[in-house]
Structures are given as C-alpha cells and as structure tokens.
Ligand binder design. Structure first.
Ligand code: MN
Length: 365
C-alpha cells in the first residue's frame, strides 16, 4: 500500500491526506510506535512530533518521541522544559527494539547515527525538505511549498484529524510548540508562505502566549555570551565575509559557536560568517550565510576537504553549516596558547582556499 507522493493542491489534498494518515495509523495498532527525530531536535521537529503523538493518542495508539543527538541551543531546551515535552534520548538502535512502527517528522530518512532494529517498519513520513529520494512508506507527505512540517500537521488538525479544542489547556503545549516551530523555521515568518500563515493563525488561539514570549526571547547561556564577545574581539571582515575564532568552548555549550555565528551574521555589511573554536579534542565551527548562492556544505568541502575515509568534515544533514576536524595528537598539547595559535593558522589557511586574500588581510593586521 505505497502512497504516491501528492503535491499539495489546496484544501482538498489536505483533507485526503488527513484521512489517509488516519487510515494508515488505525491499521497499525498491534505494536507500539516511535517517532524518531533527526539531528539536534529543533522546534519544528519537536512541535511536529507532539502533533503526531497527539493524533496517535486519539486513535488509541501509544507513541514515544525519541532522539539520538542531544538538544542544542538554549531556546530549544527552554521549549522542552517549559512545555514538559516527553522525549527520550537513545544511543543505540537496540533501544528501539520494543517498537513495531516508526514515524519520521521533519526528516525523510531515519537518523544514520543508529542502526534500526530489523523488526521495525517505517510507517509515516511527513516533511518539508527536498529528499534525495522519496522514502517508501505507507504514508508519505513531503511538501516543498511550506516552510515547516508543523504547518502540515496544523492542516491535518484543521481538516478534522484530532482538531484542537479550546476546552482546558490540554492542547496548549502542542499548539505552542508547533507555532514556535513554524516561527523559527520561517525565520520569524519572513519566509512564511500563505499556508504557513494560515496554519500559524489556526494554532495561535490555542497557544500559551506567556510561554511563547519567554521562549521567543531566546535566552543564551553565559558561555555563549562569552563566545559572542570573543568572536567580536577576534572578528576579521573581508568584503562581505567575516571569520572569528572564539577559543575553547566546553562540550555542553557547543552551541555557543553557532550562536556567535548567528549574531555576527546580523552585521549589515556581511552576508557570510564562519565562527570556530576548540571543543574537546576537535576544531568545531559553524558557517552561516544569508546569500542564496553560497552552499555551506560546498564551502566547507572546498575549504577543509575530506578525512582519510573520504568523508567531508562538515555539512551533514544533521548539522547544516557545522564542521568538526579532529585535532589528533595535537589535542594532547598542554600549552593552550600555542594550540590555539596553530588552530587559527590552520583554519585561516584552509578558508583562504575559498576566500582569496584572507591570509594577506590577516597577515597585514
Ligand atoms: Mn522543519
């Protein structure tokens, strides 16, 4: 019962999709379900997972939300904490052996960090990214014309599949997470489509406005703020490109690096920024760009190449714009200052392959 991919075609398609999802789920009540999130779970994935779980619950199916990589970013941790999102972190495929059915939200292919157990069947896929290959599953709804997966789930709700109700506050955590997912995935609605706006308007009246504004303030950790300060002090700007090193960052606050990159990107005269530091025994960095012609994965591959097994150091689906280069034996160096000097030199030299004149510029300063 493979479902052909249907491109969204207004209201009718949404009704058909909602009915089809209900049908597929109701025929799979014999074994427990798991919703597996890819990468570091983001608000759209979390909101969509809650929506999917809610639909399952209405059909009398128990569904668990699981993820492999930890939550990164303060705002995502705040979202999970304030809304009491039930999520389970797993580290091995065997942790999923009790489940019979797998649902993916905001991703089309299962996380490759874990090997899925044999007995598990991919049942549903709902996503808004363009996959290399459409997944094979009884229910597939992949749309490229919406800005968030939560938009698609909001449509299912609106079309009568587990509609939200104003009674009590039971529905507010799921509505709030979904709204925040649409908000973050569309860059605060700047890139929202009419469908995203409609979905957000539908969800808004069920949201907890108080929690929404608290999460929306996007508080950042003290270490991330220090990293922003270090990035500003080290910032080199070459035309519309900026690069900055932040020194050592602790592993739990690894997201201080992308946070600093996001902040620097707001400078009005640049459109691409690379921020890097040392985390544990590796160089860790983030590339952010607002220019459509810059492909972060390609930029990093051209700059840093691949490891001895031919794998690129960065640009994976799980961490778009991120890269990690192991320091190898150098990591044992006790002299932090010399180590940092070496790291800086190496990164500058490599990035200069993509940004000519960078070395000259840094040497001159
Ligand atoms: Mn998304």
């Amino acid at each position: 019962m493979n479902d052909a991919h249907i491109v969204s075609n207004g209201k009718h398609a949404a009704v058909v999709k909602a009915q089809r999802l209900e049908q597929v789920l109701s025929q799979a009540t014999d074994k427990p379900h798991v919703i597996l999130l890819g990468g570091h779970p983001d608000p759209d994935a979390i909101g969509s997972a809650l929506a999917h779980r809610r639909i399952c619950e209405r059909l009398g199916i128990s569904a668990t939300i699981a993820h492999v990589l930890p939550l990164s970013r303060g705002e995502n941790r705040a979202l999970v904490k304030l809304l009491g999102v039930p999520m389970q972190q797993i580290d091995r495929g065997e942790d999923l052996s009790e489940y019979g059915y797998l649902s993916l939200v905001d991703a089309s292919h299962p996380e490759n960090q874990v090997q899925l157990p044999q007995g598990i069947e991919l049942l549903t896929v709902v996503d808004h990214h363009r996959p290399k290959q459409l997944p094979k599953a009884p229910f597939v709804d992949v749309r490229y014309d919406v800005g968030a997966t939560a938009t698609i789930y909001a449509e299912y709700f609106e079309q009568g599949l587990a509609p939200l109700s104003a009674e009590g506050s039971e529905d507010s955590p799921v509505a709030t997470a979904m709204f925040f997912g649409i908000q973050t995935d569309t860059d605060d609605f700047a890139n929202a489509t009419p469908t995203d706006f409609r979905a957000a308007a539908y969800l808004k009246s069920f949201c907890d406005s108080d929690i929404l504004s608290r999460i929306g303030r996007r508080s950042i950790s003290a270490e991330a703020m220090d990293a922003v300060g270090a990035a500003l002090a080290d910032l080199e700007v070459l035309r519309d490109f900026a690069i900055a090193g932040v020194g050592r960052v602790s592993a739990v606050n690894r997201d201080a690096i992308p946070t600093a990159a996001d902040f620097v990107l707001r400078r009005e005269d640049i459109d691409t920024v690379l921020v890097y530091g040392i985390v544990d025994d590796r160089i860790d960095g983030s590339l952010r760009t607002s220019r459509a012609s810059v492909d972060p994965a390609l930029f990093m591959q051209n700059a840093f190449g691949t490891d001895s097994e031919g794998r690129p150091y960065g640009g994976g689906r799980a961490d778009m714009g991120g890269f990690q280069i192991p320091l190898g034996l150098l990591a044992e160096c006790d002299d932090e200052e010399s180590l940092w000097k070496l790291v800086k030199e190496l990164v500058t030299k490599r990035v200069a392959r993509v940004v000519p004149d960078l070395e000259k510029k840094i040497a001159k300063d």
